[in-house]
Design a protein around this ligand. Structure first.
Ligand SMILES: Nc1ncnc2c1ncn2[C@@H]1O[C@H](COP(=O)(O)OP(=O)(O)OP(=O)(O)O)[C@@H](O)[C@H]1O
Ligand SMILES: C[C@H](N)[C@H](N)CCCCCC(=O)O
Ligand SMILES: [Mg+2]
Length: 205
């Protein structure tokens, strides 16, 4: 059974896109524990992109109005998020848990996204979007995971292929590479389904 925590090298790097692909590939359940910003929630986005009838979408534990760092969005509502608030959904299906922003984004004082992945004892998928500076952000994320003893199930490169970047990161870290995502003119259920087939092959399904 795959139980995966989806993180990335920052915000807006494609975690939700990759979550939709993995949800479809594995017919997995999906859970976003903390949603900051409610105009278009990540769970609604994934639900709209996934076509299989098996996936279940678990409700967010905290839905915060402000599209900001969760610690600040919670404080704006007079809330303090705590580790004890969060329990992994009780499912027998594959499960994908999407973080908010990057690995060290704060949920509260002394409580980071990385702590959630550790608390749930999940393997981690890292999404790296290509931009100038992304090598450093990717290596920092992978070092922080290693320092916490978190296992990397795979790294996904998203965006314009950049062989010099991807080869360096792969050789320097030795992390397993999942299929890469190209810039898509539009993100549709058909696009998700096409990548899901590639990921199914990667998982040996
Ligand atoms: N390969 C791609 N092709 C086209 N659009 C993309 C691609 N990757 C990401 N996007 C778009 O970029 C935006 C940000 O991606 P996404 O929402 O997946 O980021 P995120 O890492 O989940 O952000 P957050 O930290 O808010 O959860 C979305 O509009 C998404 O559709
Ligand atoms: C609102 C946004 N889309 C994400 N959900 C939260 C991003 C928090 C980033 C905090 C930071 O690293 O400075
Ligand atoms: Mg997202």
């Amino acid at each position: 059974m795959e139980r995966l925590f989806i993180t990335g090298i920052g915000t807006d790097v494609g975690k939700t896109l990759v979550s939709a692909i993995l949800t479809e590939a594995l017919q997995a359940d999906y859970w976003k524990p903390v949603q900051a910003g409610l105009t278009a929630t990540d769970a609604a986005t994934v639900r709209g992109l996934v076509q299989n009838p098996v996936s279940h979408f678990w409700p967010e534990r905290h839905r915060l109005q402000l599209p900001a760092s969760p610690h600040a969005a919670a404080a704006a509502e007079g809330l303090t998020l705590r580790a004890a608030d969060f329990q992994l959904p009780a499912t027998n299906n594959h499960l994908l848990v999407e973080g908010a922003g990057g690995l060290l984004v704060p949920l509260a004082s002394g409580f980071l996204i990385a702590d959630l992945a550790q608390q749930f004892d999940l393997d981690v998928v890292v999404v790296s979007r290509n931009y100038l500076g992304s090598i450093n952000h990717t290596l920092l994320t992978l070092e922080a995971l290693q320092a916490r003893g978190l296992r990397v199930r795979g790294l996904v490169f998203n965006g314009e292929p950049t062989p010099a970047t991807e080869t360096f990161i792969a050789e320097h870290t030795g992390v397993p590479l999942m299929p890469r995502i190209l810039p898509e003119p539009e993100v549709t259920p058909a696009v998700i389904s096409r990548y899901a087939a590639e990921f199914r092959t990667w998982f040996g399904l």
